[in-house]
Design a binder for this molecule. Structure first.
Ligand SMILES: Cc1cc2nc3c(=O)[nH]c(=O)nc-3n(C[C@H](O)[C@H](O)[C@H](O)COP(=O)(O)OP(=O)(O)OC[C@H]3O[C@@H](n4cnc5c(N)ncnc54)[C@H](O)[C@@H]3O)c2cc1C
Length: 467
């Protein structure tokens, strides 16, 4: 097959690159062919699972508000963003027949809340400009030629192109086709690849999983490793309006307010994900990581201690407490301070909340000694402290099998931010997650994929026509 512009990878960035290239060519009267080679039977497999199947396809913030959510070098993304900002991405989808809605946090979704609409719209836009999308076509290698590139595919065929765009994504959710194939090709062509690691992933507390941990590398704890009893007592719980801090080697380095989810993987949800990048990196570097949960971030410690005491007195005064021991009363007290389902794990993690002491023994008239009965004591100050500071020492993290995004990748210092072309190999372009580019959750990653893809496609087409 011969095509002037070839794109490896039919994901978010690759399809947008194909659209950008084909549109530019058609608008400028060229009939040059643009072809996407996609490994999977259908393009856009990863898009289909984004936003829990609803696809949060962009975030409509302006650059100043958007850029702090780019965790890698944000300046690299700036020219692409200005070339196709998030409002332009919404316009692209709407003008191609997909209505969009914007939710809390400026997050844009298809109005149908079906990720498939995003894929269908991208494909419709591409084919409308004559893009050829070849599926079931894994690329196995690329060779630089004097007049372009040779692309080898698993069926043993060789394809020629004059401009090549690599849009193969990162390493996360390999079942969607993103297996990091292009990282080795990039290195083969002389590009540096920044170390990759999972980001936006679950952090696994110590004791959350069983002893037989399945691991592939330092700190990695496979999602499939079974939960321990402690893990089972937490998995499925969602906490709202809490604060979570990352403590690395004893220093609190980042704190986030919001919602956290305990899942079969570990600690995740918006706030857990937000901290995960830093924590994963620290674990890989051999640092000690603790997540510090504050269940009452709006209340000062002293005020909380007084509140715990007054609630305890209230429980004691309640006629329904009559006949109930301190252990039971403690559960009633905790029920006033946290969701019921969290209580067993809270008590298990803080064994000194309820301590058991034996009452003094007695001697009867004949001098026989009876051992005193056991009595539970509730330590209110421990409860107050644990509500503000519940520490989860972190044992590891869930890896590429279930992380949202890959940090690291092709070094962006060796790419031109205004075109996405390689500084080392003219005619070669990169876009999307294959590059050292990762963002927070909230539609930022897809926006980054779309805008870098569009710029790469447009630039490849422009340079082809300028030749
Ligand atoms: C569960 C989950 C939920 C997410 N939710 C959101 C969200 O709601 N909002 C958001 O902004 N981001 C979200 N993301 C992140 C976002 O999906 C990615 O950042 C984005 O898809 C990256 O786009 P890409 O084009 O670079 O890579 P991908 O979308 O991964 O596409 C790469 C494509 O290249 C193909 N490919 C790879 N190797 C080869 C090869 N050798 N030959 C041919 N083809 C190949 C793959 O099959 C794949 O189709 C989510 C990610 C996950 C995993």
């Amino acid at each position: 097959m011969k095509s002037e512009i070839m794109i490896i990878g039919g994901g978010a960035s690759g399809l947008m690159a194909a659209y950008g290239a084909a549109k530019w060519l058609v608008d400028n009267g060229s009939d040059s062919q643009v072809t996407v080679l996609e490994k999977m039977p259908r393009p856009g497999r990863k898009i289909m699972i984004t936003g829990k199947g609803r696809c949060n396809f962009t975030n409509v913030k302006d650059w100043n508000a958007f850029s702090p959510h780019i965790r890698s070098k944000s300046n690299f993304v700036k020219p692409s963003f200005y070339n196709l900002d998030s409002t332009a991405v919404v316009d692209f989808f709407e003008s191609n027949g997909m209505k969009a809605v914007v939710e809390r946090g400026d997050r844009a979704f298809p109005a149908s809340y079906h990720a498939s609409d995003v894929v269908d719209t991208l494909l419709r836009a591409c084919t409308g400009y004559g893009v050829k999308v070849v599926t079931d076509c894994p690329v196995t290698g690329i060779v630089r030629m004097a007049d372009g590139f040779k692309v080898n595919t698993a069926d043993g065929l060789e394809h020629r192109c004059r401009r090549l765009i690599i849009a193969t994504g990162g390493l996360s959710y390999p079942g969607t086709g993103s297996t990091g194939d292009a990282l080795a090709w990039a290195e083969g062509l002389g590009h540096a690849v920044r170390p990759c690691f999972p980001s936006l992933t679950a952090l696994v507390p110590k004791g959350y999983k069983t002893g037989d941990i399945i691991s592939r590398g330092k700190g990695h704890i496979d999602r499939g490793t079974p939960l321990s009893e402690f893990g089972k007592s937490l998995a499925g719980i969602q906490l709202k309006n809490i604060s979570l801090a990352a403590v690395i080697d004893g220093q609190s380095v980042e704190s986030e307010f919001g919602d956290v989810d305990f899942t079969d993987g570990g600690i995740e949800g918006p706030v857990g994900f937000q901290l995960s990048r830093r924590c994963v990196k620290a674990i890989i570097n051999g640092s000690k990581v603790t997540l510090r949960l504050d269940l009452k971030p709006g209340v000062e410690a002293a005020e909380l201690a007084a509140r715990v005491k007054s609630l305890w007195d209230e429980v004691a005064r309640d006629p329904r407490s009559r006949g109930k021991g301190d252990r039971e009363r403690c559960r009633i007290l905790l029920g006033k301070l946290m969701p019921w389902e969290l209580i067993p794990a809270f008590l298990a993690a803080h064994p000194d909340i309820v301590t058991v002491k034996r009452k003094a023994g007695t001697r009867d008239g004949s001098g026989r000694y009876s051992v005193g009965a056991q009595q539970a004591f509730v330590n209110l100050s421990v409860i107050a402290k644990a509500l503000k500071q519940w520490d989860f020492p972190i044992e590891g993290f869930v890896g590429y099998e279930r992380c949202v995004v890959t940090a690291g990748g092709v070094d962006t210092d060796e790419l031109l931010p205004k075109t996405m072309e390689s500084r080392l190999v003219p005619g070669l372009y990169f876009c999307g997650e294959v590059m050292d580019m990762d963002c927070d959750t909230g539609g930022y990653n897809l926006q980054a994929a779309f805008c870098t893809g569009y710029l790469a496609g447009q630039s490849a087409a422009k340079s082809l026509l300028a030749q």
